[in-house]
Design a binder for this molecule. Sequence first.
Ligand SMILES: NC(=O)c1ccc[n+]([C@@H]2O[C@H](COP(=O)([O-])OP(=O)(O)OC[C@H]3O[C@@H](n4cnc5c(N)ncnc54)[C@H](OP(=O)(O)O)[C@@H]3O)[C@@H](O)[C@H]2O)c1
Length: 277
Amino acid sequence: MILVTGATGNIGSALLRELHECGAGPLRGFTRDASRATFPEEVEAVEGDFAVAESLKPALDGVRSLFLVSRMGPDADILATARQAGVDHVVLVSSITVQTHPHLAPARENLTVEQLLKDSGMHWTILRPTQFASNTTMWAASIRNGEAVRAPYADTALPTIHPADIASVARAALTEPGHQGRTYALTGPEPVTARQQAEAIAAALGRNVPFIEIGRQEARTQMAAVFGEDSADAVLEVTGADVNDELLAVRDTVSQVTGHPGRPFRQWAQENSHIFR
Ligand SMILES: NC(=O)c1ccc[n+]([C@@H]2O[C@H](COP(=O)([O-])OP(=O)(O)OC[C@H]3O[C@@H](n4cnc5c(N)ncnc54)[C@H](OP(=O)(O)O)[C@@H]3O)[C@@H](O)[C@H]2O)c1
């Protein structure tokens, strides 16, 4: 039995579909609201909340492999509960910032979770993705309303990743030998700027999407309202204010692990254009 957490999210929903399609055996999806979850048939939906680590116990019954999105709940308790339940292998979504920006608070938290997992006695595979293509959904309301996208660091090109590629690597790690004890830094196949992302969304919609570059202060105010000030500062550092060669590098880990090239941002935009209509 494989338990997928974050099962309604960007990675988890793609992962459940892929595991189901490849006949990976019995699957469970963990969600706070099973009535809203649209899992493939035969996937068992289990309700629970990370905030209540005890609510994971029934979901972990009989589970050998766990896909865990980090920092959504008390990770130390979640990992302890998984170990007690007899989980053998955990595939953890961490972040590339653990190696590119180890001084930032979210990166330090991710490194702590990685170490907890390594010390847990369970087998592990750690995924360290860069920023997701799906982060552009924060522009959805503006684009739907015909307003301009307002974003900072317009021409900083980062190798943004399609969440389905993270899911494909997770699927390989969960179902194929050779991935335990491995840490994979994951990026998309090419660098793309915020301005080019808006252009790709415009192309997918078949209409113009105006773009206005804004300064850090305006961006910080926008983001702090959603994520809080500390996270807003960290996001601004890693999306433009403090990029480094390690963050800018395009890696071929996705194709090495899955045998398929990573999906470019324009593909994500085509597949998700409904979000912006
Ligand atoms: N965005 C980026 O650029 C980026 C970069 C590097 C790493 N990451 C990491 O990627 C992960 C996020 O992945 P994602 O984009 O696939 O997630 P997502 O689309 O934001 O979805 C979040 C998922 O977590 C579940 N969730 C949230 N709070 C929960 C709780 N209290 N209890 C149980 N489930 C809860 C939600 O499920 P329900 O609502 O159904 O309960 C949902 O399925 C995080 O670990 C993040 O640190 C993100």
